[in-house]
Structures are given as structure tokens and as C-alpha cells.
Design a protein around this ligand. Structure first.
Ligand SMILES: Cc1cc2nc3c(=O)[nH]c(=O)nc-3n(C[C@H](O)[C@H](O)[C@H](O)COP(=O)(O)OP(=O)(O)OC[C@H]3O[C@@H](n4cnc5c(N)ncnc54)[C@H](O)[C@@H]3O)c2cc1C
Length: 444
């Protein structure tokens, strides 16, 4: 009965014919990767009564969600903010008995470019005419095809890099650096290596005013609590240190192997970043479009420098801690009582500065600083289990890759932020992808 609900009817019988091990040893579905997407998929499948097993290559659950304690405060080394419109992740947080804390950092934002300090009003004044031109291009794009755009204009804009596009608009000076740093931190790659559509969609929707922030939240106690709650619902079904190196179609099912271990399943959910998937041997019959997506999709190289300082020196100067600069770091924000994070993208995200270097830049503009009492860095482009921060469309990739991995190949589904559509790159995308896959497996 359970299998009928799943649409997996008959596979158990065929499995026996193919010489599979006893059904009670093998799960119906193997999920590869215990990040937010994989755990959400497994949780939803387990709720439907599916025998599911999660294989995690590292010795830690959560992947790019990673909370650590720093000076007694939870700090986020990976995914941090949950936007007001990120409804599915919010719902999951509440369903698992956790709560959300609104991000409130009163004070003004700092804009430090080329040795000068600018106000939000000056930024708005410089950005507005550029925003108006970008908005015109944006409005010419077909309304319904923004997620999977295919028309000639979209293709043309997609083929250009952000650098090409800003050249075409004749944007120069510090406002150009401001827009470049925004895109580099937001999407993760150097602007010469990003599709112009990244800038167009972001700026057209964000508007010209830099301080117009929508409500944002963190999970009380740290985002890893969501991971822990999901894992607690999957007792005995998760294995760590199980690196999947190959997935092959065998008969009506699949054989997964790695590190001398082997497991068979009737269906597989691949919930690892493409940077890792492209290193796997995949004998599952990927289509040419899927091959292209797996092997070429760009990834940001964002990194974080997360610190505790002796005192929130920025607050005494009336700053919120949120700053953007072309100096020694790119973006900063405050957290907790005295915490500060530097967030960098592109090459700079791979070669992170020390916290001290960033604080020296702040001191120059703010006139004071404080000692660092704790510091942790993660360059996600070098983090072995991620090899990137999140997907970032390179020139030409919006119109050729978007949506390529939302369909399964046989009984292998893809989950992860990269399959999150509109929510790609966010925890919301990871959660939605896990839910989508569980629902599809349920339908069979
Ligand atoms: C610096 C940074 C800042 C971010 N900020 C935000 C933010 O503010 N808001 C937001 O919403 N999102 C943010 N994100 C994005 C968010 O964290 C991710 O989109 C999301 O966590 C991705 O989840 P996932 O399950 O798709 O992938 P992952 O979390 O990467 O999970 C994949 C899992 O697969 C495992 N794995 C890899 N290879 C194998 C293998 N061969 N065999 C078995 N297991 C394997 C990995 O160890 C990992 O546990 C940020 C990300 C980064 C890096």
C-alpha cells in the first residue's frame, strides 16, 4: 500500500529479479547529501512512509548551513538570512518548533569608495539614472518567462557580461565600483564572469535606494538548529562519512558506491552541489542539456570572515555595521552584541583578508575600532564539500541552463539550491527543491 502511494509499485519484484539484496536492507530512496535540500527531501519522504536513507560524505550535517559558537554567540559561516518572502523555509522552521528572530540593526549604512565616504542619498542620486535605464531593459523582457527566458532580447542580454553591460551604459567612477561590488557579493563571481541578467534582475527589483531592506530573519539559536531538528526526525536513516563516488543504473534501480561501500536503491535523490556532482561517475543516462548543466554551471566563490569584537564601535558612530567598500573587504554587517561579518565574492572571496585588515579600513572612515576577540574564516570556493558558495549564472547560462535539472532522469531526481528556480542560491531554494522532489516521488 505504501509503495502504491509512492508510485513505486512493482519495483520490489523486479529488484528481486535483478539479484538485489533483501528489500529490508535496501531503502526505497537514497538521498545523497545531508544539506538542507537532502534533509528536507528525506524528512518529507519519511513522513509519507518511504524507507529513505541519507548518505553524507563529510562528518557534519548541514552543508552550506553551518552555525558555530563564537564567544558564546551563534554565528553563521554559511547561509544566514531568511527573507520575509522565503515562506517555505519559514514554515519548516515553525513546523519543527523553532522560531525566527527579525534582523534589526539600527543606524546608518556606510559607503566607502576610492578613499571617500558617501551617504545613502548620494548613492541613490548616482544609481537612480542607471536604475531607470536598467528598468527599461527589464520591462522589455517577457513577463512570464523570467525564470526560464528564451526570447531573442533575453538571450542577447544574457550573452553579455555585467562588465559589457555597464560599459554599454557608460557607467563609470565610484558608482560603477559600488554596483560591481554589490553584484560580486550578491552572486559570487567577478562581474566580467557573470551574465548581465544578474545585474538587470537584481537592480530592477531592488531599486535605486540602498537602504530599502525588506524584513529578514535568522533562526533563534542559529540556522543549524533547523538541520538538527530535521536530522532528529530521521534517526538511524543518516550515514555520515559515506562519500558517493558513482551512481549507476542497474536493471530497474541504481547502485551507489564509494569508499569501498555499495548500496542499491529504487530511486535516488542527488542533493549535492554541482561542483561535487561533476566529480561523480554518473551512469544514469543524463541528457545533453543535463550534462551541460552539471558540468558547466557557474558557482560563486564567496567567503566570510566572522568575528567578535571588544565593543560595537560602529554603533557609537551611528552606523548599523552594514557597509560596502572597494577597500580591504567588500561588505559587512553586524550580529549579536559585538559581532561583525565581512562578506566577499569573486577572487577576493578566495583570498580572504584577516579581520584586522577589514577593521583598519573601517577605522579610516569611522574614526574608531576595537580589538578582535574571536575570528573564523571560510572561503567557500575552497571548502572541499561545497567547492563554491552558490550557483551563479555566467554569460549565456540563464537562457541555456535555468531549469535544466528540475526534471528527473529515470528515477534519479536532482535537489539543491541549484534546482530552486526563482529561489536559486537561497536556503528557500534548497527547501523547496527537497519538497518538490519528495512530492514527485510520491506521485511516481
Ligand atoms: C557564504 C554563504 C552565504 C549564504 N547566505 C545565504 C543567506 O543569507 N540566505 C540564504 O537563504 N542562503 C544563503 N546561502 C545559500 C544557502 O546556504 C544554500 O543555498 C543552501 O544551504 C544549500 O543547500 P543544499 O542542500 O542545496 O546544498 P549543501 O548545503 O551544499 O548540501 C550538500 C551536502 O552534500 C554533501 N556532499 C557533497 N558531495 C558529496 C558526495 N559525493 N557524497 C555524499 N555527500 C556529499 C555535502 O557535504 C553537503 O552536506 C549562503 C551560502 C553561502 C556559502
Amino acid at each position: 500500500m505504501r509503495r502504491r502511494q509512492l508510485g513505486l509499485v512493482g519495483l520490489g519484484v523486479l529488484a528481486g529479479c535483478q539479484g538485489w539484496r533483501a528489500a529490508e536492507v535496501n531503502p526505497d530512496v537514497v538521498v545523497v547529501g545531508a544539506g538542507l535540500a537532502g534533509l528536507t527531501a528525506a524528512y518529507n519522504l519519511a513522513q509519507r512512509g518511504v524507507r529513505v536513507r541519507v548518505l553524507e560524505g563529510s562528518d557534519r550535517l548541514g552543508g552550506r548551513v553551518w552555525t558555530q559558537a563564537q564567544g558564546g554567540q551563534p554565528v553563521e559561516l554559511g547561509g544566514e538570512f531568511i527573507d520575509g518572502e522565503h515562506r517555505q523555509v519559514q514554515q519548516l522552521v515553525r513546523a519543527l518548533g523553532l522560531s525566527l528572530v527579525p534582523v534589526q540593526t539600527p543606524g546608518r549604512m556606510g559607503f566607502f569608495f576610492g578613499g571617500q565616504q558617501y551617504t545613502a542619498a548620494q548613492v541613490t542620486e548616482q544609481v537612480r539614472p542607471i536604475w531607470q535605464r536598467v528598468r527599461r531593459d527589464y520591462q522589455r523582457l517577457p513577463e512570464r518567462e523570467r525564470d526560464f527566458p528564451q526570447d531573442a532580447l533575453t538571450r542577447q542580454l544574457d550573452r553579455a557580461s555585467i562588465t559589457d553591460y555597464l560599459d554599454r551604459l557608460g557607467v563609470r567612477g565610484w558608482v560603477r565600483r559600488y554596483l560591481e561590488i554589490q553584484c560580486q557579493t550578491e552572486f559570487g563571481l567577478e562581474v566580467g564572469n557573470q551574465s548581465a541578467l544578474n545585474l538587470i534582475f537584481w537592480l530592477a527589483e531592488a531599486g535605486a535606494e540602498p537602504e530599502e531592506e525588506a524584513p529578514r530573519y535568522r533562526i533563534a539559536g542559529g540556522n543549524s538548529r533547523l538541520i538538527n531538528r530535521l536530522a532528529a526526525k530521521l534517526t538511524g536513516q543518516i550515514e555520515v562519512n559515506w562519500q558517493v563516488e558513482a551512481v549507476r543504473a542497474v536493471g530497474q534501480g541504481y547502485r551507489l558506491s564509494g569508499g569501498g561501500k555499495e548500496l542499491r536503491a529504487q530511486a535516488v535523490v542527488l542533493a549535492v552541489p554541482l561542483t561535487r556532482l561533476r566529480r561523480m561517475e554518473l551512469g544514469i543516462g543524463l541528457s545533453p542539456a543535463q550534462q551541460r548543466a552539471v558540468h558547466t554551471w557557474g558557482y560563486g566563490t564567496n567567503g566570510k570572515v566572522v568575528m567578535q569584537t571588544g565593543r560595537a564601535f560602529w554603533r557609537t558612530q551611528g552606523y548599523s555595521g552594514e557597509t560596502i567598500t572597494d577597500g580591504g573587504y567588500q561588505y559587512s554587517w553586524a550580529h549579536g552584541e559585538r559581532g561583525l561579518t565581512f562578506f566577499l565574492g569573486g577572487q577576493a572571496g578566495l583570498q580572504l583578508p584577516t579581520g584586522q585588515v577589514g577593521l583598519a579600513v573601517m577605522q579610516k572612515y569611522m574614526g574608531s575600532t576595537a580589538p578582535i576577540t574571536a575570528e573564523t574564516q571560510v572561503a567557500w570556493g575552497r571548502e572541499p564539500w561545497a567547492l563554491g558558495s552558490y550557483t551563479c549564472f555566467q554569460p549565456g547560462q540563464w537562457t541555456t541552463l535555468a531549469g535544466a535539472l528540475t526534471q528527473p532522469v529515470g528515477r534519479v531526481w536532482f535537489a539543491g539550491e541549484h534546482t530552486g528556480g526563482e529561489w536559486q542560491g537561497y536556503m528557500e531554494g534548497a527547501v523547496r527543491s527537497g519538497q518538490r522532489v519528495a512530492q514527485a516521488l510520491g506521485r511516481g
